[in-house]
Write a protein that binds this ligand. Sequence first.
Ligand code: MN
Length: 135
Amino acid sequence: MSDLEDSVLLVEDNEHNRYLIRFLLERGGYGVREAADGPAAMHSARERPPAVILLDIQLPGMDGYQVAHALRELPALAGVPIVAVTSYAMPGDREKALAAGCTGYIEKPIDPATFVTEMETLAGLHARAPREPRP
Ligand code: MN
């Protein structure tokens, strides 16, 4: 994947979470596209498949499970990993996310020290060269 400027589609309705996750991803060398809800995510992913989709589960309108199901119906996205990011800590949510087509699952609150590595591991991505030295 050479399109560094456009490699992660971040689906998250909370502005603070978007800001934090974008910061971590960009520090890790990833380009970031944002979508605040399911329909915007579908539109963006259809237009140009990203390398990975980070998907909040608690979204207005379509929830993340519904979004994952819908994304998985798009043939162009068949090989794109979807990593759920959710504050739900209920037993069975991991299984629900996987059943909906997600590749893996990261729990909120996220750990800024490990978030990007977790995403890479779950998505089967190789770590990118950072744009600037890590602290
Ligand atoms: Mn949310």
